[in-house]
Design a protein around this ligand. Sequence first.
Ligand code: FMN
Ligand code: FE2
Ligand code: FE2
Length: 414
Amino acid sequence: MPKVWIEKLTEDMELYLIRVDDDQIKYFEAAWDIPEGITYNSYLLKLNDAVVLFDTVKKDYEDLFMDALKKLVDPKEITHIIVHHTEPDHSGALPRVLEENEYKAMVIGTQFARNLLEGFYGKKVVENFKVIKDGEEMKIGGKTFRFITVPWLHWPDTMITYLVEDKIIFSCDAGGGYSIPETIDDSSEEVVEKYLPYVTKYIVTVIGHYHKYIVENIRKLKELGIVKDVKMILPGHGLIWRRDPIRIFRHYEEVGAGRAEKGKVLVVYDSMYGFVEKRMDIVIDELKKHGMKPVIYKYTDKVAPAVSDILGEVPSAEAIVIGVSTYEADIHPRIRYLLYEIIDKANYEKPVLIVGAFGWGGGAGKKIESMITRSKFDHVMTVESKGAPSAEDEEKIRDAVRELIQRSLPTGNT
Ligand SMILES: Cc1cc2nc3c(=O)[nH]c(=O)nc-3n(C[C@H](O)[C@H](O)[C@H](O)COP(=O)(O)O)c2cc1C
Ligand SMILES: [Fe+2]
Ligand SMILES: [Fe+2]
């Protein structure tokens, strides 16, 4: 049963977090394995003559959400509902809130958000919708709300709210992450360290396709001068940030830009009967000889790592090695799917080495090569050979690994 948190966030304001811990979900967006779960964060701000709700939660939890909301306010008293992003993990409970609100509240969002809400939930939900323009300010309950669009973080509809006098950013998907942290905020370094890899995994799997917009939008917020002395960043998933709020945006920037950890090489391969694996043992040995730190994921008849976990490793890798067997004149199915997702979600300028094994005609290596050369990745070499690796094959593989190390990004490493 998901836990629901209701937490007051500030001494001087009636600002509350309502957080639903989704420990039932298995595949976010029906695609990404998240045994670690996810949280949906909604916020409520009670002012003198206004009650503002920021986003809601997934429909599955609307009963839990309404119960929590009613502990804070009679839904009929909500005057404004801010919709930062209409993906149903945040908007799912909106129709129910509006129904219990008797459609009194003004719903605020972008034109895109209005169109999407109407498409998802019908005309009634947008009867009292106020379309905002980028940078527009509204006075609500004596406070200044500034709405800033951040397109493609995560959809074209997306915006954030900046509470001007209090220097608080409500950021929805931007600043979010997977997992169910044991605290609500970033006060414990231990909790933050454990959480950040789930943020990376979330960024790549959910927003990765648009990762250049992460960098662009954070630059936009910086240029608006609202990041420098922000007091709190309140995302739609995971931890809230108030000890060191800028840290979460910094992390987003680093992942968006694909900032590498020194020496990290992502090694992924399939091996049905061990021939690719023999080659990868050589690759790993050569990498280690040169002080590199291989991070290894393999598909065999015993193990199948989650693609979502592998995607989360790409941004911080200096280089990638793909080991592959030819399967029906094509790429092994596991690697085929993985590669498709890497190129779609984590397309970075990083060197890639392809090492292949085949039985008769081969071809997987060449197919990967043509995918890689059409992406942002830098194709270093394809070393493909038959059966068990000969001494000559071993030499070629070791040479190729040395070439890969040479080509590893000299800039941008942390
Ligand atoms: C189902 C299946 C399909 C295969 N298809 C091809 C193929 O089309 N062309 C080829 O050259 N080898 C093919 N092979 C042979 C493998 O590519 C070869 O045995 C390779 O060494 C496997 O490496 P592994 O033992 O690490 O999986 C196939 C093997 C299997 C089991
Ligand atoms: Fe989203
Ligand atoms: Fe979301």
